[in-house]
Design a protein around this ligand. Structure first.
Ligand code: 173
Length: 323
């Protein structure tokens, strides 16, 4: 009796591991580093819906939630260590794990081109080596960052201003003379309300979702860089998926990247909403504006190369606009 029970267990285990056996539904635990149902989570949330529809019985994403579930700057480590399996996160939030990830903000070529020119593959290798991660898809591109202020400026000089930053803006704003303090997005509203900061960096979209328009007087134009938010999968988990399971994720990811052009329309809609909310534009026109953008890229790349002397220059070759 005892022996036959043991042999049954062995047989059942072998069947479970045998190639070609019906795989069990895999559940991936997912988090977003942005507030649930806000602009920077919405594409990921649609992606989850799509995956869960197409993956019935094969693959499912269990959405744990946004920053209430996990602080944004901890998402990178949590993904690396397998505390979560899939994450919607921007490179600036995990420079502690992989400093090079912040370079995505400097891409001046579409992802489709980077996937052809070797730039994407170069990064994918770094994700595997440094972060135990598989880069699935970029959810946001074509989406410039701006400086938002409560005190007016007349030129590119930011000295005397205290600004909220993440690694995205640090090198640029400091080069222009600002004092900077890093906070997660969740702390921006209170920092503005209490006058702890005179302004902040943020992309063109999402301010109204977060209520920040109530505490914001000015937006500085032109914008600079291109916001990057992407879906990453823990590499061990990814490697353990069947081809069928991976195909579901790949397809849903490809659909997102194929729709990057749509972001431009959303940028324009959001600028109109900001205007209606009373946010005034400080337009650094003509050569001042050109200089502003030029300095942003110079300071940005200098920062990336300083953080990663080995990979920074290579990434610039792939990502920057051809000279
Ligand atoms: O400002 C930020 O918190 C930030 O770095 C960011 C990056 C991408 C999208 C939105 C915000």
């Amino acid at each position: 009796m005892r022996a036959s029970l043991a042999s049954l267990i062995i047989a059942a285990t072998a069947a479970g591991l045998a190639p070609g056996a019906q795989a069990q539904e895999v559940v991936l635990r997912g988090v977003s580093s942005f507030a649930e149902n806000s602009f920077y989570s919405r594409r990921f949330e649609k992606f989850i819906e799509r995956v869960n529809n197409e993956g019935k019985g094969v693959l499912r994403i269990q959405y744990i939630g946004g920053p209430k579930a996990m602080p944004p700057f901890e998402v990178g480590n949590a993904l690396k260590n397998g505390v979560v399996d899939i994450a919607n996160v921007t490179g600036a939030f995990y420079t502690n794990v992989m400093p090079e990830a912040d370079a995505w903000k400097l891409t001046e070529r579409p992802m489709a081109e980077l996937r052809r020119n070797g730039g994407f593959d170069y990064m994918q290798k770094l994700y595997a080596e440094k972060m135990n991660a598989h880069f699935l898809a970029r959810t946001v591109d074509n989406n410039p960052f701006h400086l938002y202020l409560n005190k007016p400026i007349t030129g590119a000089d930011l000295s005397g201003l205290k600004l909220r930053i993440t690694p995205v803006y640090r090198d640029f704003f400091q080069a222009q003379g600002a004092t900077v303090i890093q906070t997660a997005p969740g702390e921006v509203y209170t920092a503005l309300e209490r006058g702890v900061v005179d302004g902040y960096g943020w992309p063109i979209t999402g301010i109204l979702d977060l209520g920040w328009h109530e505490k914001t007087k000015f937006r500085v134009d032109p914008g600079f860089y291109s916001a990057e938010v992407s879906i990453l999968v823990n590499k061990r988990k990814w490697d353990g998926l069947t081809p069928e399971q991976r195909a579901i994720l790949i397809k849903a990811g490809e659909e997102i990247e194929a729709a990057h052009a749509e972001v431009v329309k959303e940028n324009d809609e959001e600028a109109a909403k900001q205007k209606n909310a009373g946010i005034q534009v400080i337009n650094l026109a003509g050569s001042t504006g050109e200089e502003w953008r030029k300095k942003a890229y110079e300071a940005g790349w200098a920062g990336v190369v300083k953080q990663s002397p080995e990979h920074g220059p290579k990434l610039k070759e792939f990502f920057a606009k051809p000279q």
